[in-house]
Design a protein around this ligand. Sequence first.
Ligand code: SF4
Length: 198
Amino acid sequence: MADILYTYKHQVYANITNKCDCRCTFCIRSHEDTVGDAETLWHKTDPALEEITGAMDAFDFTGFDELVYCGYGEPTCALDNLIASAKYARQKYGVRIRVNTNGLANLYHQKDIIPLLSEAVDAVSISLNAPTAEAYDKVTRPQFDGAFDALLQFASRCEEYIPDVRLTIVDVLPPDEIDACQKLADSLGVTLRIRKYA
Ligand code: SF4
């Protein structure tokens, strides 16, 4: 089985699914099988809840105050296991929970999952990637129509329920697109984080 928990740059991550409803042109999955100290992040089948909590029990959380759901897939595609295991980790190991997401969960599940998500997570980091629907579709190649608008609605709704919400882009976007993303984030009342491209 692939690694469920792995560490990278002094941070611990949970890799709970390989499902994803995007095919981003830049996705690390297309050119690497692993990140950090994981042997592989490709699951033969997605782990069951007991396997995820078992991996948590086998991990030494000393020195880690946050667990980030981010692996070779979109964590909210495994919503039930995400919520149940995040509650487990928070209660048993006292860690803060962050989810790195493509922000399409409401579209994927065809319902508003945010009240449920807010019961289990402290922070959400949403990949904005681009300032327009056209540019977004080109770079993320989502499975569903209307993904960009769904992402914006998701971010805005998260802001109502979850204490720490960020939209993220990378610093390789042209300055005019970075400005447009900033304006978009401001209009939603959500913080924009500009990440260094690794
Ligand atoms: S949303 Fe994340 S996991 Fe899915 S294709 Fe894009 S970068 Fe990869």
